[in-house]
Design a protein around this ligand. Structure first.
Ligand SMILES: C[S@@+](CC[C@H](N)C(=O)[O-])C[C@H]1O[C@@H](n2cnc3c(N)ncnc32)[C@H](O)[C@@H]1O
Length: 303
């Protein structure tokens, strides 16, 4: 099927999405499968439903006049990216690696609305001052992201190797681990961002390749990564990614790993970001609760 020709590296993944029920009135627990999606179709169908719902929820939420800080969805993504955009104090070219429906746009808008507590004029909105880019391999996701944000120009790249420019800010929620399998490739991708906010899967001993959702999943050697980057890498928070493992399979394969959130920025920017964050009492409280700190990643392999 034409829409699904963009499999990662042309390989079909070993992934299934079943729509099933238990056989009615049967003593056995036999399941009847009514529909099955495989490989990229399964991946797209699941994520399409998930992220469209997220956008619809945010739109519903934004109709309310009594929003409070706790209403900001996925603060570890939306709020942090919003605070990073504010820190630049200028229009920002933002790249998301694997934007799905680009629900980040809606997340930034609701974060702004809740944090500032005022209805911002269209032209003053931070989204209006941001240029959006994404590396997104799925045609379904690219089409959905565009149609759900008809007034926002988005430029897509199909593959990380297609990038032809640098960005002020890169956000990557661990798509790097699916798309790359060497520290070299990760470093050359990260060097395209003046600032980068990453959910990285890193290992304290060596780079190794595991698997998740029928795709290869790389844990990058942290020490080698830090040595090779041209800007400091700060560890912010997080040890174990939600949903990275299942009850019977942990992709870390017994290695000493961190599935955490990191900021790659020069020290002046990182400190300014912290000052911006601390200027909002609710954010300051949330940073304490979540134990978000700027710790140089070098400190991690001695822990
Ligand atoms: C889990 S989803 C969205 C994650 C989203 N950025 C977030 O933070 O919620 C991952 C997205 O990355 C895309 N993706 C996965 N591997 C990719 C690759 N190698 N190159 C480009 N896009 C990829 C998928 O199509 C999907 O839309």
């Amino acid at each position: 099927m034409a829409v699904y020709e963009d499999y990662i590296e042309g390989k079909a993944a070993n992934l299934f999405l079943d729509f099933y029920a238990n056989l009615e009135n049967a003593s056995s627990s036999k399941e009847i499968i009514y529909a099955r999606r495989e490989d990229q179709e399964a991946y797209d169908a699941w994520h399409l439903a998930w992220y469209v719902s997220e956008i619809l929820d945010i739109h519903e939420l934004s109709k309310s006049h009594k929003l409070i800080f706790n209403d900001i969805p996925r603060k570890e993504k939306n709020l942090i990216v919003y605070l990073l955009l504010l820190t630049f104090e200028r229009p920002v070219a933002l790249l998301e690696f694997g934007c799905a429906m680009f629900e980040l746009i809606d997340g930034i808008e609701i974060s702004e609305k809740i944090l500032t507590g005022v209805e911002t004029n269209e032209k003053d909105k931070i989204v209006e001052q941001t240029e959006f880019f994404s590396i997104e391999m799925s045609k379904v996701m690219r089409g959905g992201a565009e149609r759900l944000h008809p007034n926002i120009p988005i430029r897509f790249f199909n593959h990380v190797n297609d990038l032809d420019r640098n960005f002020d800010l890169i956000y990557d929620r661990n798509v790097s681990s699916y798309a790359m399998n060497t520290v070299d490739d990760l470093v050359s991708f990260m060097s395209r961002g003046e600032v980068g906010f990453y959910n990285l899967f890193v290992s304290k001993d060596k780079t190794f390749i595991s698997m998740r959702m029928g795709k290869s999943l790389t844990y990058f050697h942290l020490e080698e990564l830090v040595d090779r980057l041209d800007k400091p890498l700060y560890y912010l928070f997080g040890q174990k990614s939600l949903g990275s493992g299942t009850m019977d399979f942990d992709p870390s394969l017994g290695h000493d790993v961190i599935e955490g959130f990191f900021l790659n920025a020069d020290e002046a920017f990182a400190q300014s970001w912290l000052v911006v964050a601390m200027s909002y009492p609710d954010v300051a409280k949330w940073f304490v609760e979540k134990e978000i700190k700027l710790t140089l990643a070098n400190a991690l392999w001695s822990i």
